[in-house]
Design a protein around this ligand. Structure first.
Ligand SMILES: Cc1cc2nc3c(=O)[nH]c(=O)nc-3n(C[C@H](O)[C@H](O)[C@H](O)COP(=O)(O)O)c2cc1C
Length: 399
């Protein structure tokens, strides 16, 4: 009998524990691609730490017996205000985005699907009807439109355009080495890393057959046409002139459905998103993977929400690790939040069930805050629920 009776319990009770299990299970290169942040990681750290500067004073009597968490994002009803942020999942789990989409559907929420996803959009929309397809600006306008139209035909309900990428992603602690293709050469090089992670290796064996991690981007080409390799796609992206607001306006006009601009950190940009007719923005710094030195998104949220919160839906992503972080973002003006690393760690720790586990932790933590504050609904959360230290917020691009 195991000395620790909980040792094999697949349920984890915090996202930190999911991260620990992800680290244990994944080969070093795969794990490091999930935790990476650019340059010195100043933004990556601030995204998480800033939440702990915001504090509550809970009531001890007078909690509401029932608490409401349902809301909607870009026309989709969701059971609570947390959705999946798009990530190029690559080699975390063989079912990748399909497992994540199933978990999100099981918990009644929506998902952003990365254009660098490893599974075709048709497979993902087949298991969750609340999918928003994420676009990076790579290739010609015709290429971009073809991808959006393919996603729409597959049933995607909205478009997320991510524009915040500066390509200069040097990392002080080194960048993960992603092979161009998983061929014999790569297997020989990665072999020692994988050999010490037998549970991960076994995940890729199903029905006696070995699946090779697919490092292509199947959603960048028309359905049925093999996608470019990740590196091929990245190269094309680097060689595409970055989009102007005119380009985004053009795409918005082509897409008659909900449209989000992800990566907003400035008030003037938030207003431009309103001007082009966006349905939503996400206050985001790409999880600290863009320009290092950008403040935590939670510091930028209050002023942006005040400026444009009546004109479009304001979401936030970056640093969300607990349900109480979700509550803080809502109190400061977000309609909902998107999570990135938290669900990737859950996926690595325990597949689809691990992602459901993370979503449950978010819901339970948020519910605990509502209970402590004596609030009946997420819609009642406001800055008055928080102690916000002087100098906490940051605002760029004021008039
Ligand atoms: C491994 C990884 C891959 C990502 N890939 C994408 C992507 O393909 N498209 C995108 O818009 N954002 C991408 N992001 C950013 C997330 O959507 C999100 O903005 C960020 O992870 C939020 O921060 P958090 O990880 O602290 O929750 C990625 C993030 C990570 C960690």
């Amino acid at each position: 009998m195991a000395l620790n009776p909980w040792a094999k319990n697949p349920w984890f009770e915090t996202v930190t524990e999911a991260q620990r299990r992800a680290k244990k299970r994944l080969p070093k290169s795969v794990y490091s691609s999930l935790v990476a942040g650019t340059q010195a990681g100043v933004t990556l750290d601030d995204n998480v730490k800033a939440f702990s500067e915001l504090t509550w004073a809970p009531h001890v009597v007078g909690a509401q017996a029932e608490r409401e968490m349902a809301t909607s994002v870009m026309g989709q009803d969701i059971s609570f205000p947390v959705m999946i942020s798009p990530t190029g999942v690559q080699a975390v789990d063989p079912d990748g985005e399909v497992a994540v989409a199933r978990a999100a559907a099981a918990r009644g929420t929506a998902m952003g699907l990365s254009s660098f996803a490893s599974h075709p959009v048709e497979e993902v929309t087949a298991v969750n009807d609340k999918i928003f397809f994420q676009i990076y600006w790579l290739g010609s306008r015709d290429d971009i439109l073809m991808r959006a139209e393919r996603a729409k035909a597959a049933g995607a309900k909205g478009l997320i355009v991510t524009t915040d990428w500066v390509f200069n992603v040097g990392r002080d602690w080194g960048s993960p080495e992603i092979p161009e293709k998983v061929n014999l050469k790569a297997l020989v090089r990665l072999g020692p890393e994988i050999a010490v992670k037998p549970r991960y290796a076994l995940d890729w064996v199903k029905g006696g057959k070995v699946t090779i991690p697919d490092l292509t981007a199947p959603n960048l080409t028309p359905q049925g046409v093999p996608g470019p390799t990740f590196f091929g796609a990245y190269g094309e992206w680097m060689n595409t002139p970055p989009p102007t607001w005119e380009d985004l306006k053009w795409l918005r006009e082509q897409w008659d459905g909900p449209f989000m601009v992800k990566g907003i950190t400035r008030l003037d940009d938030a207003k431009r998103a309103v001007d082009i007719g966006a349905t939503a923005i996400s206050v985001s710094n790409h999880g600290g993977n863009n320009l290092d030195g950008t403040p935590a998104t939670i510091r930028l949220l209050p002023d942006i929400a005040k400026a444009v919160g009546n004109d479009l839906e304001v979401l936030l992503d970056g640093g969300i690790r607990r349900g109480s972080d979700v509550a803080k973002a809502l109190a400061l003006g977000a309609k909902a939040v998107m999570i990135g690393r938290a669900y990737l760690w859950g996926l690595a720790a325990n597949g689809q069930a691990g992602v459901e586990n993370v979503l449950d932790l978010m819901r339970m933590g948020l519910d605990g805050v509502l209970m402590g504050l004596g609030q009946k609904s997420i819609h009642d959360l406001s800055p008055e629920d928080l102690l916000i230290p002087d100098g906490f917020t940051r605002a760029f691009g004021t008039d």
